[in-house]
Design a protein around this ligand. Sequence first.
Ligand code: NAP
Length: 307
Amino acid sequence: MAGKMRVALVGIGKIAVDQHVPALDASPDLTLACTVSRKGEVEGVEAFTDLGAMLAARPDVQIVSLALPPVPRFAYAEAALLAGRHVMLEKPPGATLAEVHALQSLARERGLTLYATWHSRMAQAVAPAKAWLAGKTVTRAHITWREDVRKWHPGQDWVFEPGGMGVFDPGINALSILTEILPSPVHLVSADLEFPGNRQTPIGARLTFSGGVTADFDWRQQGPQTWDIEVETPEGRLALRMGGNVLEIDGVPVSGEASIMGEYPALYARMAALVRAGESEVDLAPMVHVADALTLGRRVVVEDFHF
Ligand code: NAP
């Protein structure tokens, strides 16, 4: 353990167990020192139920990693920064843009690292796709992000509460890739948002951006799940499949494999590098598109949704 930076993982739920804990266990830079969760624990790791108690008891913890849903996250992030700890945020980085700006200011004032992670940007084929598109003109692009909310968010009512973002919770992953790989930025021009009659956030969204870019997000997909981005240029067609993990050029697979298991190790390696360099990384471009869709979108009421 000597030399590894100590991390407190907050919010021991689905993504903490599926991805954060294995990534920290395998990290050459970081070690999981303790957890903070009202109900969850990780076997063999010191567990706290309250963030303040952890911050007081463990001054040796340098990094607080927040795997909570977006709405409660700000108060935790603020408290950790005020206690002098570096902070890593799950995506989306907050419930509002303004609260993330406030965290950026606080981290800057205190000389601490704030890292707003986008796990899908660490998918294997994203960097090669960005390199292939560099300097090219995009004539058309389409995102198809259709998955089953019952499979990926079983019983998680917060996704349908205000601030839970609904289908934009996965859709923002696609937008994090789009904003990374496109050679020129685009902006939203219209959106249709489908709200179940009994819910506060959309279950489906159809988006139109400038530059011929469109997106289809849906949380009612059963059977095979689809996480594709297709981009046309005068030099050929690029497709990112499996959430950015497989790259095709003109229909031929050229790199990557259908696995997301490299994404969280890459996020923690990046966090370690940012802390060592004394830097922060907060890119809110994907969240700006979601905020714009929720500002500009036409509301369509659809069938009630129950888990
Ligand atoms: P989750 O399992 O519903 O929640 C994570 C944990 O947060 C819960 O176990 C809960 O722990 C704590 N929590 C929930 N509401 C809270 C509140 N109001 N106050 C304090 N703590 C609260 O959610 P998740 O699926 O892991 O998602 C968490 C974040 O990861 C989200 O931002 C999501 O977008 C992102 N993410 C999720 C997935 C996925 O596949 N699910 C994939 C990538 C990223 P305690 O009750 O024990 O305190």
